[in-house]
Design a protein around this ligand. Structure first.
Ligand code: HAM
Length: 427
């Protein structure tokens, strides 16, 4: 026997026992996005490294430390996508989709970040990502948040809170940046190595530092919200008013800066206290400059992504995972002639009852074994075909989850009898 090969650290299998929650989340999100007028698109998992450097920012943790970057056989530097926004924006530009048009798009799939794995934080994780492109807001900002709030309600998730902030325009941020640099420079001896390096190039990132020794210093730093330009202030106030009008509770967190560089104005995060150190369940914001920065015509845009693993964990904790699908009918076969006919018979039953889960006993076995398999499958009905039944033109039907003996059923009445049994129309 060969040696077992272990999976890659931080990359998980989603097993059948867990898949119900994933599918329920995916189906609910898909239905909701469809109802709000969003269209799905699918973009590659791999893009040119340059795309993420330019979109996310050279001095972010994601680009500096967490990207899965490799050189392919043709010598190109490629990267497994750490997030979806950059790829979607790239797709909208390279497919000529802009030209004054507006898009409400979503996509889902695996993302890759070389972070230190722990509960709720993985190296391959999944996002449902939503982007509204060509909308200046703040109406769309509020509607996107309303959509997420509705999703939590539909999923029965209660342990989430909304935090919002505004990062202003690049101009107002520049002015704020200077104040921030001055502040941190005055306390340079207290900065850690990462922050010192970021002081000139990206001082806002320092506010995002997770280093406990830095928190006091960060708490004393000037606030961006106090230095917003008038238009951004108006945009933010309108967003807050819209959220109040639909009864979505929020907290303004002036320290919310997000870990990616492309944001302008609105940023938001749904956070939870149910996942230990990983508190962000769904995060996003506006990125009015990104499309132009990536070579497209200047177009405002806003979006968010939710971490599927984290939402699934909240669903599990809330006890809101739908029960696993069970088999409806288990088909038991015995005898050479009956075995020959069984597949044809089951296939015609599947034609007649397309929504039902119908399992044919595979790989033989005596009656006892087959009945045991039928029971384990959760089936409510066993159908039994032996050479004797075959000779008489019948199939025996036995209810497995209610009192009641085995009865013969003519072949041409089988589908109707089974359906009546399954939908409880038999007494
Ligand atoms: P992000 O905050 O980097 O934003 O990630 C969005 C969500 O993905 C997080 O709130 C979290 O739930 C989940 N997530 C991130 N990293 C991990 C990880 N290592 N393991 C498990 N879950 C994780 C973005 O990615 C932006 N592209 C969102 C966006 C879209 N902004 C505008 N449009």
């Amino acid at each position: 026997m060969g040696q077992t090969i272990q999976p890659v650290r931080g990359m998980n299998d989603v097993l059948p026992a867990e898949i119900g929650a994933w599918q329920h989340l995916e189906a609910t999100a898909r239905e909701l996005l469809d109802a709000y007028g969003y269209e799905e698109l699918r973009v590659p998992v791999v893009e040119r490294t340059e795309l993420f450097k330019r979109a996310i920012g050279e001095l972010t943790d994601v680009v500096e430390k967490e990207m899965y970057t490799f050189t392919d056989q043709g010598g190109d530097s490629l990267t497994l996508r750490p997030e979806a926004t950059a790829g979607i924006v790239r797709a909208v530009i390279t497919n000529g989709m802009l030209r004054g048009q507006r898009w409400k798009l979503w996509c889902s799939g695996p993302m890759f970040r070389h972070e230190r794995p722990q509960k709720g934080r993985y190296r391959q994780f999944h996002q449902i990502d939503v982007e509204a492109i060509g909308f200046a807001g703040p109406d769309v900002d509020a509607e996107l948040i309303a959509l997420t709030a509705r999703l939590w309600r539909r999923l029965g998730i209660e342990r989430v809170r909304l935090e919002i902030n505004s990062l202003g325009t690049p101009e107002s941020r520049r002015a704020y940046r200077e104040r921030l640099v001055a502040y941190f420079r005055a306390h340079e001896s207290q900065l850690d190595a990462d922050s010192r390096r970021r002081l000139e190039a990206n001082p806002l990132r320092i506010l995002d530092s997770k280093n406990p020794q830095m928190q006091e210093l960060i708490a004393g730093a000037p606030l961006l919200t106090e230095h917003l330009d008038p238009e951004s202030r108006e945009h933010f106030d309108a967003l807050c008013a819209a959220l109040r009008s639909i009864g979505v509770e929020y907290r303004v967190n002036p320290r919310l800066v997000r870990g990616l560089d492309y944001y302008t104005r609105t940023v938001f995060e749904w956070i939870t206290d149910a996942l230990g150190a990983q508190d962000a369940v769904c995060s996003g914001g506006r990125y009015d400059g990104l499309i132009a920065q990536l070579g497209g015509e200047p177009t405002p845009a806003v979006g968010f992504a939710m971490g599927v693993e984290r939402v699934v964990e909240l669903m599990v904790q809330a006890g809101r995972v739908p029960p696993p699908r069970q088999t409806d009918v288990y088909f038991i076969v015995s005898g050479a002639r009956a075995s020959e006919q069984s597949l044809r018979l089951v296939e015609s039953l599947r034609d007649a009852l397309p929504g039902r889960r119908i399992e044919l006993n595979l790989g033989g076995g005596n009656f006892k074994t087959q009945f045991r398999r039928a029971d384990r499958s959760g089936a409510r009905v066993a159908l039994i075909l032996g050479d004797d039944e075959l000779a008489r033109g019948v199939v025996a039907l036995k209810p497995l989850r209610r009192e009641g003996g085995q009865t013969d059923c003519p072949m041409d009445e089988l589908a109707a009898r089974v359906e009546a049994e399954l939908s409880g129309r038999v007494d």
